[in-house]
Design a protein around this ligand. Structure first.
Ligand SMILES: Nc1ncnc2c1ncn2[C@@H]1O[C@H](COP(=O)(O)OP(=O)(O)OP(=O)(O)O)[C@@H](O)[C@H]1O
Ligand SMILES: [Mg+2]
Length: 294
């Protein structure tokens, strides 16, 4: 690949647990070009968030590592902004102030007060939140909080935008609006994006590539699907296109034929109690047909 922007090389991770080390990821290898939109998809508990957290610098790989523009990632940094599913806004700050905090951290000494103000407003406008920038998180809806979270991440001008199921908790309409906003913003700014999703339609609609992960433990990349649909993409037009449906069924086949969860059997409850860290509650969700939810 000509443009080695973001490289995950032989990434493996073991978590210490009461029953000894738990190998969550094994030899994850991925090269991502600048401006590429990559989705990570896989069954619950397979290790998607772990991959994202390693790229974010929040977890350290046990072996292998991540290189961004020639520099090894070993701690969190503003060039890799994260949007979490549960909109992690500070509740005592307004939407404006939440974005301001991030902007001050990144642009202190580089932008004047006025420039910062303009930049904060600009980013809130990008996600259509300018009308509610003086509201606190408790006064706005879930979708609006998520918009502010995205504005905050974008305002840091990250090289890489990392999103962990950013629209998972939202109703279908709000989710569709936000997906459209993300496509517009991505077309404008050309950020590199890694997004985790459970939603097959969302993955096909937004991605240049869909990275499909095998089930854990020792999860890795199973298959990678190149989505060669022209941009800008329109969800209504795509719905009737055979290519779109082909991509969609490729992902579904991977998830439900080639990577059927072993937990789909009665053994599920037992494995959920194994106590490999934080997975206990999540495993319960494993059989829910989340990929069909959109
Ligand atoms: N800090 C940790 N300590 C121990 N085990 C962990 C830790 N973080 C993750 N794990 C385990 O690693 C595996 C992958 O977890 P991860 O959260 O990455 O899955 P996921 O694919 O994001 O799942 P979901 O779709 O439910 O969010 C799980 O078995 C989980 O229990
Ligand atoms: Mg996760």
């Amino acid at each position: 690949m000509s443009n080695e922007h973001l490289l995950l090389s032989q990434v493996s991770i073991e978590f210490p647990t009461d029953n000894g080390p738990f190998k969550a990821l094994d030899s994850v290898n991925l090269t991502i070009d600048k401006g590429e939109f990559v989705s990570l998809i896989g069954h619950s508990g397979c290790g998607k968030s772990t991959v994202l957290n390693i790229v974010a610098g929040l977890y350290e790989a046990t072996t292998g590592g991540v290189i961004l523009d020639g520099k090894e990632v070993n701690e969190p940094g503003p060039e890799r902004a994260v949007v979490f599913q549960n909109h992690s806004l500070l509740p005592w700050l307004t939407a404006y102030e939440n974005v301001e905090l991030a902007v001050k951290t990144v642009f202190k000494g580089k932008k004047s007060k006025r420039e910062m103000d303009e930049w904060i407003r600009h980013n809130l406008e990008l996600v259509h939140m300018e009308h509610a920038m003086d509201k606190r998180p408790s006064e706005i809806s879930g979708g609006m909080k998520q918009r502010v979270g995205i504005a905050r991440a974008l305002a840091m001008e990250p090289k890489v935008l990392l999103m962990d199921e950013p629209f998972g908790a939202l109703d279908a309409l709000t989710r569709a609006h936000l997906q459209d906003s993300i496509m517009e913003i991505h077309a404008d700014l050309g950020n590199t994006v890694i997004m985790i999703t459970h939603d097959v339609d969302e993955a096909v609609l937004l991605s240049d590539r869909i990275v499909m992960m095998t089930n854990g433990p020792a999860a890795t990349i199973g298959e990678v699907l190149n989505v060669e649909l022209e941009r800008p993409r329109n969800r209504l037009e795509l719905a009737d296109q055979p290519e779109y449906n082909h991509y969609r069924s490729e992902v579904l086949k991977f998830l439900y034929e080639r990577q059927r969860r072993p937990e789909d059997s009665a053994a599920k409850t037992e494995s959920a109690q194994e106590g490999s860290g934080s997975s206990g509650g999540k495993e319960e969700e494993a059989t829910a047909p989340e990929t069909e939810a959109a």
